[in-house]
Design a protein. Sequence first.
Length: 276
Amino acid sequence: MPPFFPGTARLAPTLPRLALTAAAGGILLVRRNCTVPKAVSCAEPVLISDTYKPFQAVDAVTSASPPDSTNFPCLLVSVAILQSIWCLVTSRASMLSAWVAQTLPMLQYADAQATAMKPSIDVGAVQQFCGCWVKETSRSDSMDAFCQLFGVPRWLRQATRLMVGLEICMQDNALLVKQVCKLRWLSTMESFPLDGVPSSLQRRRDLRPGKQRGQLLVAADDYMQIRVVWEGAPCGEARDTLQLAKSGKELLVLHEANLHDRGQAAFKEVYKRKAS
């Protein structure tokens, strides 16, 4: 059950105090609009009892000093207003208590799930991938199936052969991956926050209209995986799995893409670390 109005959690501790204040205001309204016979002493103020039952105070007033018949409707209206306020506050408080009792276990479960799903990222492992990498074209797969999945025209597929390397670095608490192309305007830069949260919107790697978000999923030992999610058409996601050779001088990258309305495709690339 959702809260009955925004900010309920902040107002919950003050509900009893609000109820007492409303009750006291109702009592003052009753006393102001009711004629009390002079024979009855009203020197002592009428207070709400400590037993948290404000209507006892109203009953004491009405029994000790019956109002004049001309003011009797006013008294009834005042008591009715006071009772309405009291019922409203207490019912809302009970609704709040029930809602909190139902929602708290769900929040605790969601928090546990989020903690369990938190990406495993070793910044030291990410550091091993940093550097300039030169593509080994003869040892890499063709990108034709990938281009066909994205509907890239045949004449434009030739541009994929101009992709010559990767530049990987860390900057401002983010992993930066640049796909280097001989045609500079075809080069792309992607950012992946090191804390594993999705990045802000950035240009799509396929250069189509729309944006994408990047996320670093895993970084441990000689293994790293990143993901990009595309917004706009075609929508979908891609995962790049990077694996370092034991020597640390070769890098294998497996690209996998899944377009929601077209299917899947994958290809691998091999890179050699560029000598510094």
